[in-house]
Write a protein that binds this ligand. Structure first.
Ligand SMILES: [Zn+2]
Length: 107
């Protein structure tokens, strides 16, 4: 089953196809790295455990970071629901997600 390509794929160019994850190049800083969605998001957002493997991008536009944060946030919400933990956390995050969407459309 092919992996579902998320928002992060819009900001990288595939350099070389590989068995598991293709080697990609960042559109903004031209850094090349191999990794899945988590690692690409780590490069743009600069968060998560994957930062040990890939450095943060310093050229990516803020609106792209916000869009990716939103995507990651949604994934995290799914994980939270599966774990049947804090509904409060999801409720408090929604307004932030809305404002991020508006901010990205604006730029
Ligand atoms: Zn970059």
């Amino acid at each position: 089953m092919p992996p579902i390509k998320g928002e992060e794929w819009k900001h990288v160019t595939i350099v070389e196809e590989k068995a598991e994850h293709p080697k990609v190049k960042c559109t903004y800083c031209s850094k090349e790295f191999v990794g899945g969605a988590t690692r690409k998001c780590a490069h743009f957002i600069g968060s998560g455990g994957m930062l040990a493997h890939v450095s943060r991008c310093h050229e990516v536009p803020e609106c792209v970071v916000e869009t990716l944060c939103q995507q990651v946030g949604q994934k995290q919400e799914v994980a939270i629901k599966r774990q049947k933990t804090s509904d409060l956390d999801v409720a408090t995050r929604d307004p932030i997600t809305m404002s991020e969407t508006l901010a990205c459309i604006m730029c």
